[in-house]
Design a binder for this molecule. Sequence first.
Ligand code: GLA
Length: 393
Amino acid sequence: MRRYLLPLVALVLTSLPLSAQKLAATPPMGWNSWNWFAGKVTDADIRKAADLIVSSGMRDAGYVYVNIDDTWQGKRDASGVIHANEKFPDMEALADYVHSKGLKIGIYSSPGPQTCAHYEGSYGHEEQDAKTYAAWGMDYLKYDLCSFRNNMRQDHPNDIPAQNKMMRDAYEKMHQALLKAGRPVVYSLCQYGFDQSWQWAPKVGGNLWRTTDDIRANYDSMILIGLSQAGLSKYAGPGHWNDPDMLEVGNGKMTHEEDVSHMTMWSMLAAPLIAGNNLTQMNDDVRSVLTNKEVVAVDQDKLGKQGDRIFSGDETEIWSRPLSDGSVALAIFNLSHDQNVMRGLRLHLKEAGFPAGTAHARDLWAGKDLGMLKDTDVFTLPRHGAVLLKLSK
Ligand code: GLA
């Protein structure tokens, strides 16, 4: 029996390439230009962002990828090599600058002929582009479906399975191109969760894959996305993560309580933490939400087990996530829209998997030990608020 067990274990362990497991052993953390700058981003904005990620303490909290999103692309030259547009005069120099700060840099493209903002995509130039990114020193690629959907529809009208296969092949093609280019690159699939991306994205080299449509900087969008992740936990793990989209923390339209709920939910989901706020105007409150050590530690827990829902009802959600030290992260969300109402939400220890009188709790946002929990405990939460507990036996 034993003779067969070892190869079996090895097979399971290697079902994900080792390189992928090493590259994103915990969910990637960083900052991306889209949510704030959108099409206006320039070389100067990226350099400034890198400076501020360091000076704000974000780098030390784990935010290391500085990602350029859509609208950097210029024209291809006669041999098909892509060049950046006038907003990015020298990509290699920019990458050197970001690297000199102890950070990594990311870039963005599409399998289609055009990106979502109608800039040049990688269609028909995958290997060439992967080589160019490697030559520039890029460490991360967000690959966004965009106009490739038209190609899929044209080639296979009304044949969704054939369209889906074409999409998966396009992502695999860039994966192979990245491998051939030889530079380790975190590969981020962005196709809004079509065809249940979580089912196949790791097989085409995805280190992370979007599971939903674009997030917006408001509570309803954020919480809808967060709650829709219930049931996806089994698809994530070291090297391969569900991506409910980038953070909107500090992007102006959410209250402190909503930012706390956002960060709590993303940490429970082992979600990539890619901030997208304007760092030049980040106040201390936003900085402290993004960099809270004990909360980020839940997101980055090395066991890599995504959390899931354990209770839903009465405008209350309770989610739990097992952690590598044997403890459990437990989040309680107050979904109520009622203004100015503090609500007492009940937690029954049994539901959280702890027999009566056996759980010691720490409130991670408050950084406070709460001692032993009662069989049934009440947590009083403001509108759209959340509490994140670490429960240990
Ligand atoms: C899509 C993606 C966004 C962003 C834009 C850029 O909408 O989902 O995250 O990259 O394209 O055009």
